[in-house]
Design a protein around this ligand. Structure first.
Ligand SMILES: Nc1ncnc2c1ncn2[C@@H]1O[C@H](COP(=O)(O)OP(=O)(O)OP(=O)(O)O)[C@@H](O)[C@H]1O
Length: 271
């Protein structure tokens, strides 16, 4: 079922000659797990900011639940259903403590104090960060800040949660815990759209792939694009290593082998 759609969406930064995103047509359906890839400067963050109306589009239309977003009140509705996890959580935070940050959106939505406490406790538990409840945001590590920003958005139960580069600067162990968090959100019914330069992460997690190049959407389809070696090379996108190595080793590619663990059990069986 359709959740969000944009038609011919374009945006140009003031004083720039070229559009940073150009003629984007995209439909996001409930339950999608979309990975967005593209080189530095391809327009990924600009696209997300346009989706939320945080940058004002130069051209095109945005629809939520098949209704055009035109007036200010539509935008309020849109931002209730869409959440954006910024690449740098410090760009997102408005409060000084974890508790305040999580309560901010709830207070704005007119939720009562008792219910706010209950929701915050549940959310902190959901993400396994109960101990951070009364901490100052300044005291947190980068990974903890990321979790708090995800918690602060997901507590408002957005239907579509967009992550701008959640894997940047995140070590392997934290990528695994990010995957756990994503799985929880998915099980909670959240539709997810994630941009990343980490093709191994995208290969292992996404079901649908978008490729953005110089502001244009040049691919919208399944994960097979991540095994088109000539395309990936020409576009300088790198490779996901599991399918690449399987192909080099002569096993061909298998879309079901997503992780090192999958590959290991496949390899043991083959031997
Ligand atoms: N505030 C701004 N003013 C002018 N141009 C900008 C601004 N922000 C971004 N751009 C330009 O818009 C284009 C798209 O940038 P954007 O940050 O959306 O790309 P991105 O795909 O998210 O890149 P990255 O992977 O490096 O985060 C780039 O050419 C960039 O230089």
């Amino acid at each position: 079922m359709e959740l969000f759609r944009c038609e011919s969406l374009s945006f140009k930064y003031p004083f720039e000659e070229k559009e940073a995103i150009k003629d984007i047509n995209l439909t996001i359906n409930k339950g999608d797990k979309i990975g967005l890839i593209g080189r530095n400067g391809a327009g990924k963050s600009t696209l997300f900011l346009n989706f939320l109306g945080l940058l004002e589009k130069s051209k095109g239309k945005i629809f939520l639940d098949n209704e055009a977003i035109e007036k200010k009140k539509d935008l309020v509705k849109l931002r209730k259903k869409l959440g954006l996890v910024f690449q740098d959580p410090d760009d997102f935070f408005i409060a000084s403590t974890v508790y305040e940050e999580l309560s901010f959106g709830l207070i704005n939505n007119g939720i009562e104090k008792d219910e706010i406490d209950e929701k915050i406790n549940k959310s902190l538990e959901f993400f396994g960060i109960e101990k951070l409840k009364d901490k100052c945001l300044d005291e947190l590590s980068g990974g903890q800040k990321k979790l708090v920003s995800i918690a602060a958005l997901s507590i408002l139960k957005p239907e579509l949660l967009i992550f701008d580069e959640p894997t940047s600067g995140v070590d392997e162990k934290n990528i695994l815990s990010l995957k756990d968090v994503l799985e929880k959100l998915e099980n909670d019914g959240t539709t997810l759209l994630i941009s990343s330069h980490n093709l191994d992460f995208i290969w292992s997690w996404a079901d649908r792939i978008l490729v953005l190049e110089k502001g244009r959407l040049i691919y919208d389809g399944d994960r097979t694009i991540l095994t088109k070696w000539d395309f990936l090379k020409e576009k300088n996108l790198g490779y996901p290593y599991i399918p690449k190595f399987m192909d080099i080793l002569g096993y061909g590619v298998d879309l079901n082998i997503r992780t090192t663990e999958d590959f290991e059990s496949f390899f043991r069986k083959e031997r």
